[in-house]
Design a protein around this ligand. Sequence first.
Ligand code: 5AD
Length: 350
Amino acid sequence: MKNLVDRLRCRRTLTVEEYKQLLLCRDAEVTDYLHRQAREETFARFGNKIFIRGLIEITNRCRNNCYYCGIRKSNSRITRYELTQEEILECCREGYRLGFRTFVLQGGEMPDIKDEWMENIVACIRRSFPECAITLSLGEKSYGTYERFFRAGANRYLLRHETCNTQHYRKLHPADMSLAYRLQCLDWLKEIGYQVGTGIMVGSPYQNIHHLVEDILFIERFRPEMIGLGPFIPHHDTSFAAFAPGNAGLCLKLISIFRLMLPAALIPATTALATLAPDEREQGILAGANVVMPNLSPQKRRADYSLYDNKAFAGAEAAEGLRELKERLERIGYEVSGERGDYENGKRKV
Ligand code: 5AD
């Protein structure tokens, strides 16, 4: 089995059967070997530096009704909020002071009439923080809107495809959403010039090994600059409340596989992973992740951005807890980078 890991590292690809074998393998020695190879690959490009992104959750209003998500439109049991432009700018100022050089503006899907408001905010952050990267994570929009945000100064966009299998997609999302449109959005984002991130929830309801291999093949083909992987975690006010959370070990394996496949990719040790157990963040880094995204939202709003139960937003998952994060990283031999951390240092991919 170790020869599969060697082949993946050397050729950057495996066959469908080989991916399956690697995902199903329960041999701890092989898994350790996989993580070690991925870690070496990360170290060769990035040294022991971990990039940090300040995550600003700008609104928990959402027009969608994804079955897994706590901020889905029909959840009437949360307090909805939307930050003002001034509050968002204040988060950026605080983040800048703490050393962040990337701001990630994430939110539920807003109606199209909000596009202009958003465009203004992006332009304003661009003017106020010229050397910082602006990442958006605002869901599906039209080509024209993505283009406006890009022209206003956004550099990167995160849009997980969640699953690449049409039937599985249907189990996770109501009929008014479509996988085809989501994939179209990803192509548009790339075409416009964003550094693009995609990814999945690991262990989402009804997901099986075949789906995971399809996701691996999609990511291999699409070649995103960023790959976000976190375990599915149930939210008590959704129809998936009774499902079990995803498996951390499987997440870690996928992080390593993607690192060996796309060595220059930016791969976060996600909040969902750290929510399963605090030291899973470090395990993610030791499996080949090289990004952490602490929460920079106003503290009084954080509990309302409840994508899933017990979502971590304190300590090392909080911007103001950067010291704790640094200490935790130091213990495993890593440091926080002061750089903004663009894909291949800003060079466009060939
Ligand atoms: N568990 C884990 N991740 C979730 N997300 C949404 N709901 C959940 C959940 N219950 C993730 C989705 C989305 C990202 C912003 O949060 O993958 O793309």
